[in-house]
Each structure stands twice: as C-alpha cells, then as structure tokens.
Design a protein. Structure first.
Length: 151
C-alpha cells in the first residue's frame, strides 16, 4: 500500500440493522481532526504458586475508540444525530449502537477504512475568545472492527 494523506478522510454514521453493522452513507460535517486509539489485548494471568516467572494468556480484545474534533454545526444532520445520542434529558432518543465507517484519504487516494458498530460516549463543547466553537466527540467501538486496505 502506498502512503496516503489524511486530506479527504471522513467519518460516516448510520443506523444498525437488527444490531448489526450496515454501511452508512452520510458523513459527519466539519471534522477538524480524528484520532483512533488502538486495540488492546487484555492479558489474563495464569501464574501458579510453583512458577518462577509470571505467565499470561490472551484475554479479551478491546477495539478502542474514535475521538474527533469538529466545528460545531447543529444544522449538520449527522452532528445532530450524535448530540441526540447523549440528550437523555429530552427523553426522545435512547442511546443506541450505531454503524460507523472511517475512510482515510481522499476519493482519488483512498488508503484504508475502519468499520464497525459503536456508541457515542462523549460530546463536549469548547468556546474561547476569537475562535470557532468546537465540539469533541468520542465513539466507543463495540465488538470487532474491520480494517480494510482500499488499494
């Protein structure tokens, strides 16, 4: 796979079907940056009292999360859908697992995708002097994440 840039990268969100991933088609608008923290394998200790060294076996895999920074745009339908996931005071939308698709690279130079289901776990807003109002969003993957080389 050749090197590719982050220019043109997108995060798309959509509903799941019967709790399973369905490829979303609409991108979240106004993304400034995205960070995908890595998967982690939890080690399970299997050391016995007669062992000289600690021993471990592979445990469960945590698929990690996606963090993004956006220019806050309540008119963006996808940002509004994300906000609704944490608006528990309104009582209109219960938080649910959603389908997420991260596409790295531009249309002409797609590099890779990550897809799976996850939930919104954080939405916070930052406003400061002489700056655009931004929001930080965190999505926690649930289950396996599919990484695909697009080349």
């Amino acid at each position: 796979m050749a090197a590719f840039t982050s220019f043109g990268s997108t995060l798309k969100v959509g509903a799941t079907v019967a709790g399973a991933y369905q490829a979303p088609s609409t991108a979240v608008g106004e993304i400034l940056s995205m960070n995908i923290d890595g998967m982690t394998l939890n080690p399970v200790e299997t050391t016995t009292i007669t062992d000289r060294f600690r021993k471990f076996t592979p445990g469960l895999i945590d698929s990690g999360s996606v963090s993004l920074e956006v220019n806050l745009d309540p008119d963006d339908a996808q940002q509004a859908a994300i906000i609704d996931q944490l608006d528990v005071t309104a009582g209109t939308t219960a938080p649910v697992l959603l389908s997420w698709l991260v596409e790295f690279g531009s249309t002409a130079n797609k590099g890779a995708t990550m897809s799976g289901i996850g939930m919104v776990t954080n939405f916070s807003v930052k406003a400061s002097l002489d700056a655009a109002v931004t929001a930080s969003i965190t999505i926690k993957w649930s289950g396996a994440v599919t990484f695909t080389d697009v080349d």
